[in-house]
Design a binder for this molecule. Structure first.
Ligand code: FAD
Ligand code: SF4
Length: 470
């Protein structure tokens, strides 16, 4: 392939096969496709893609190594700044980040940076398992302990950067499994569990200790961690409290939050016969919302055996916030889209179970503060959508536990923890935060970027506190 030529499409399982299982949909490039795609890269001197990546991976350099048929070295370049490359290669919204600023995107299509990142990471695992961890930069720092609360992408990134610098790091995770949304939210057909386990194991191999089933803010609070010998604490507890519509009938049975729906399936294995946590298979499911969570809920409902699944969204397709690739996948699998439609109330039967949604049609007005055109109801346009299951996927707010048990922590009225954006430090000296708990629900890579900023902030905080010159 010539420099700048046509982009290689991601090979995928055909829709009729994928909707019958939780197998990964995107299959990844083979070596020939990866080298061909890598040859499209122009190797721009000013590297715009690197600045489009929140963790500043040296993209042209890792692509060059793939072109030279050395994917293991490519993966090592990525891992200098990103401990979770196989995850990011699969779930990052690249089209809005590194690929958006790729110079080829102006004329035709960007280099498939995400697909190449995934290729490098998977090849490294295949050829050198377990991946060799780098040595800590300053082993003398190991006498200083740092606590990380939450094992989502923000916590894993802060922990791995701190461990690589030399600190002794312990992650405290409330659930019985690691990964945060990467495990309980994003389904296996987008992110297989063995890939997540492999990258969490890599973080462990850097020396990070992970303790599961520990809820910080209950028996042990954030300030207790500081009093018990941790020099600093990073809070990466994410946003796990679902938002609801607040309309009549929302308590009917058969109505779930996106969070509950996905957790039941991804974490509690509700779709597997030998697990004691079953879920009712819908006949007609409606999913309210059009972000990544909504697409995941809709595609999961199809895989459970639902006959009909409809996304109900109050704006138009152009405003849908999900990754473009996932919207396309959902459409290919047969998910229907009822756009410019706003639910007004849920209607139930005599047993208290949902049987329909009363909706009104919408049209788009002027742009609102989010920059998207504001949906306005069309008068007298009410209609019903029949359904036996509704999944409300409108996003999440931060969990209130740490906020409520740590009154010195300054927070936004909606619950987000307030930090200094340059260091990630909160209103409590030595306590840092980052990821969805600060921004509200965002992206994996934004959470990782925040984890990196906080790790650097913690490093300089500890060095200043102890007058260290190493
Ligand atoms: P989380 O991933 O939420 O992790 C927080 C962790 O902290 C959890 O493990 C939680 O159990 C733990 N915790 C919480 N409270 C405590 C406590 N008190 N003590 C100890 N531990 C605690 N982003 C993308 O970029 N691409 C996608 O395709 C994508 N798809 C998504 C699909 C779904 C269904 C959802 C819900 C989100 C999706 N996102 C996606 C968003 C992305 O997953 C999040 O922005 C990201 O995971 C935030 O990372 P985090 O580390 O801040 O928090
Ligand atoms: Fe290659 Fe695109 Fe980055 Fe230029 S911007 S170096 S073409 S990936």
């Amino acid at each position: 392939m010539a420099k700048g030529g046509t982009r290689n499409p991601m090979p995928k399982l055909p829709p009729e096969i994928r909707i019958r299982s939780f197998e990964e949909v995107a299959l990844g490039f083979n070596e020939e496709q990866a080298i061909d795609e890598a040859e499209r890269c122009l190797g721009c001197k000013n590297k715009p893609c690197v600045y489009g990546c929140p963790v500043n991976i040296d993209i042209p350099e890792f692509i060059r190594l793939i072109r030279e048929a050395n994917p293991v070295a490519a993966a090592r370049v990525i891992k200098k700044t990103n401990a979770l490359p196989a995850i990011c290669g699969r779930v990052c919204p690249q089209k809005e980040q590194c690929e958006k600023v790729c110079v080829l995107a102006k004329k035709s299509e960007a280099v498939a940076i995400g697909a190449l990142e995934r290729f490098a990471a998977d090849q490294e695992a295949k050829h050198s398992n377990p991946a060799e961890p780098p040595k800590p930069e300053n082993p003398e720092l190991c006498k200083y302990c740092v606590a990380v609360v939450g094992s989502g992408p923000a916590g894993l990134t802060a922990a791995s950067d701190l461990a690589r610098t030399g600190y002794s790091v312990t992650i405290f995770e409330a659930l019985h499994k690691t990964g945060g949304v990467l495990r309980y939210g994003i389904p296996e057909f987008r992110l297989p569990r063995h890939i997540l386990d492999r990258e969490v194991d890599y973080v462990r191999s850097l020396g990070v200790k992970i303790l599961t089933d520990v809820v910080i803010g209950k028996a042990v609070g954030v300030k207790d961690l500081l009093n018990e010998g941790f020099e600093a604490v990073f809070i990466g507890t994410g946003a796990g409290t679902p938002k609801f519509l607040g309309i009549p009938g929302e308590n009917l049975s058969g109505i779930y939050s996106g969070n509950e729906w996905l957790t039941r399936i991804n974490l509690m294995r509700a779709h597997e016969i030998d697990y004691a946590t079953p879920i009712k298979v819908p006949k007609r499911a409606c999913v309210i919302g059009a972000g990544n969570t909504a697409m995941d809920c809709a595609r999961t409902a199809l895989r459970l055996g639902a006959k009909e699944v409809t996304i109900v969204y109050r704006r138009s397709r152009a405003e849908m916030p999900a990754r473009a690739e996932e919207i396309e996948n959902a459409e290919e699998e047969g998910v229907r889209f009822q756009l410019l439609t706003n639910p007004k109330r849920f209607l139930g039967n005599e047993r208290g179970a949902v049987e329909a949604i009363e909706c009104s049609r919408m049209e788009l007005g002027e742009a609102d503060e989010s920059g998207r055109r504001r949906p306005i109801p069309v008068p007298n346009s009410e209609f019903r959508i029949e359904c036996d299951t509704v999944i409300v996927a409108l996003g999440q707010n931060p969990n209130p536990l740490i906020r409520m048990t740590t009154p010195e922590l300054d927070t936004e009225p909606w619950g987000g923890i307030i930090v200094d954006p340059r260091t990630g430090m909160t209103s409590i000296p030595g306590v840092f935060a980052g990821g969805d708990v600060v921004t509200g629900e965002a992206t994996v890579i934004a959470a990782m970027g925040a984890g990196k900023i906080a790790a650097a902030g913690i490093d300089s905080y500890i060095r200043q506190k102890h007058n260290l010159i190493i």
